[in-house]
Design a protein. Structure first.
Ligand SMILES: Nc1nc2c(ncn2[C@@H]2O[C@H](COP(=O)(O)OP(=O)(O)OP(=O)(O)O)[C@@H](O)[C@H]2O)c(=O)[nH]1
Ligand SMILES: Nc1nc2c(ncn2[C@@H]2O[C@H](COP(=O)(O)OP(=O)(O)OP(=O)(O)O)[C@@H](O)[C@H]2O)c(=O)[nH]1
Ligand SMILES: [Mg+2]
Ligand SMILES: [Mg+2]
Ligand SMILES: [Zn+2]
Ligand SMILES: [Zn+2]
Lengths: 205, 205
């Protein structure tokens, strides 16, 4: 059996499950510390009065991210992968056993901080949001074409730091655009609030 | 055959090879954009008059890092892993086929930007240097205990950005110390030059 096909089939099953429960699912991907949780927190704060929200956070260790998100008054579950550097559909299926999806309108799944593997293991989400921070340097889209090409939405995060790091955000945008002509590319700073409303709109929320 | 043992045996063979050629090998590990190449460049600039240096850079795509290091006048080789999220001993063995190690005193191996897998695949280096930047947030040591525990030297990089990100560097140091009581923990900024001499000393150069 083709291993890759097995994962794709499981992702398809997850998507059917989400659709049967009428829940919209957004996945956050990116390097360790690229700002995925901070972004989820900022978006959740803007929309939590309109939607019932569930958050799943994937990490190799700790429950820190779910604890941060839970402080915003929403249901947050940490999935520990036990060392695997990406979430797999079976991790999500397992975590869903304890949850009644029909209670929620929206689910965020934050994948393990890793710019390489997670993109190869879809989790059935309606939109996959790749978060690349300026703090990682100008070259991450060029160096990671697979993740850049497969994203549905691309966020360039922490743009408030561009001068301190010495990166040209325009160049990052052009690099991302060349690899992925379709995805909206949104410049965001959780510190200044820049781009958060634009992201909420791009997610159709 | 135990797969893990196979890798450890290969790492052992590499170590024996390095020692037979009298070359000291330092491996750089850490998240994408944690500052591994910038650190290698800064250290190389300080020691290139004393030592003959070879640099190997591992990445899933591009030759950008080797090109940056080559500008410092030293031999720099890029190893493209073709998508694998970490270097394996066989990648290094393959690259060494085109190199006469006896010409060099020191080799730097920069692993693929990934805070999870690379630590599980030793490459025979005499010292493994884990580079965690303040830009990734305060919690990376706590969230990545495996990498933190296995490092021989720990660098907290980009400390010039601590205020802009809002992290407590002292707390990061304490977290790292709790998990790894032996490794020197060095605070570094390539921008201000802070800590580079201390790192050179910690490497015995
Ligand atoms: N200056 C600035 N700092 C930010 C921004 N967004 C996040 N940060 C900081 O960046 C660090 C990492 O943010 P997180 O939200 O933990 O990143 P993450 O991608 O969820 O990290 P992992 O889950 O460990 O992969 C934290 O110290 C945040 O405060 C931003 O827009 N500007
Ligand atoms: N402010 C500041 N920026 C730094 C420092 N060190 C590196 N940078 C910047 O951080 C970004 C990433 O640095 P790199 O050296 O490319 O990081 P890397 O770990 O080699 O990245 P990968 O090889 O892609 O994993 C670049 O824009 C650097 O200029 C520092 O000490 N302070
Ligand atoms: Mg997070
Ligand atoms: Mg590099
Ligand atoms: Zn993986
Ligand atoms: Zn790996």
């Amino acid at each position: 059996v083709d291993v890759k096909q097995k994962y794709l089939d499981q992702a398809e099953m997850l998507r059917k499950l989400y659709d049967s429960k009428g829940i919209k699912v957004f996945e956050l991907l990116g390097s360790p510390g690229s700002g995925k949780t901070a972004l989820a927190e900022a978006v959740i704060d803007r929309i939590k009065d309109k939607y019932k929200i569930l958050y799943f956070g994937g990490d190799v260790a700790s429950t820190l991210d779910a604890e941060r998100v839970a402080k915003h008054g929403i249901e947050a579950v940490e999935i520990n992968t036990g060392g695997i550097c990406h979430l797999e559909p079976s991790h999500v299926m397992e975590a869903l056993k304890n949850v009644d999806l029909s209670k929620y309108d929206i689910m965020f799944i934050e994948n393990v901080g890793n710019l390489i593997c997670p993109i190869n293991f879809p989790l059935g989400a309606h939109k996959r949001i790749l978060v690349v921070s300026v703090a990682e340097g100008e070259d991450k889209f060029v160096k990671h074409p697979m993740s850049t090409k497969a994203a549905d939405v691309i966020v360039i995060s922490k743009v408030d730091l561009a001068d301190a790091i010495g990166v040209d955000v325009k160049k990052m945008e052009e690099d991302a655009r060349k690899l992925n002509p379709k995805a909206p590319i949104i410049k965001v700073s959780v510190k200044t609030g820049e781009g958060i409303d634009e992201l909420v709109k791009a997610l159709g929320l």
